[in-house]
Ligand binder design. Structure first.
Ligand SMILES: [Zn+2]
Length: 214
């Protein structure tokens, strides 16, 4: 029985699935990613996961596979293994290698950290991203904030988006069924502590619209 089948059986409490399970490790994923596909007509469930998973404890891998299965089957069940997976990913950010800080972003980070976080946040990796939407992202596994280059034209907006991503680092995320809830009420309340946030939100909307038209 491969781990995928094991994950399936644990998720559905031992139900005997009329399915064939295929699990493959692949070098094509960034970090701890994976993809799943259900071929209903062939009764086949095929999953490819990053080769980084090799050597990670079975229970954690099972948690990840269960999340993929739950997504494809729209199952809301939560399992202990999923919990282990989330802990694993969270801890990765603590141990992630800090290797790259874009100087402009690094300076903005220090400023925002001083004004809003009493300097308590550790500096994550800071990269530019080319995407216009979303303008920023925080990745737990690698402890990386990435900020769109189009924000370089407006320092205040850049800091505002950076602040949002830093709040992700501060608040973490809660798992609700298969979807991650990253924007809790506490998160939203913190977000509004940024001066003139309403004006900045409007400016951001305009910036994204203009950028997408280009
Ligand atoms: Zn967010």
């Amino acid at each position: 029985m491969n781990l995928l089948e094991q994950a399936y059986k644990n998720l559905y409490r031992g139900a005997q699935p009329n399915l064939e399970f295929f699990l493959e490790y692949s070098g094509h994923f960034r970090e701890y990613g994976g993809a799943i596909k259900l071929y209903t007509y062939k009764r086949k469930l095929a999953c490819k996961v990053s080769s980084k998973w090799k050597g990670v404890a079975d229970s954690i891998q099972i948690g990840f596979l269960q999340l993929l299965i739950a997504k494809v089957n729209r199952t809301k069940t939560q399992t202990m293994e999923m919990e282990l997976y989330h802990n694993f990913i969270h801890n990765l950010s603590k141990h992630a290698v800090k290797s790259y800080f874009e100087p402009v972003l690094s300076e903005a980070f220090d400023e925002v950290n001083t004004v809003f976080f009493d300097k308590i946040l550790d500096k994550p990796n800071l990269h530019y991203r080319n995407s216009k939407n979303p303008l920023g992202a925080y990745e737990y596994a690698t402890d990386t904030i990435s900020i769109s280059r189009i924000l370089l034209q407006d320092k205040e907006l850049l800091k505002y988006v950076l602040y949002h991503e830093m709040l992700h680092k501060k608040h973490g995320y809660k798992q609700q069924g298969t979807r991650q809830c990253s924007h809790s009420a506490a998160f939203r309340a913190d977000e509004k502590k940024f001066p003139n946030w309403q004006i900045l939100e409007k400016k951001l909307a305009v910036l994204v619209r203009t950028a997408l038209l280009k």
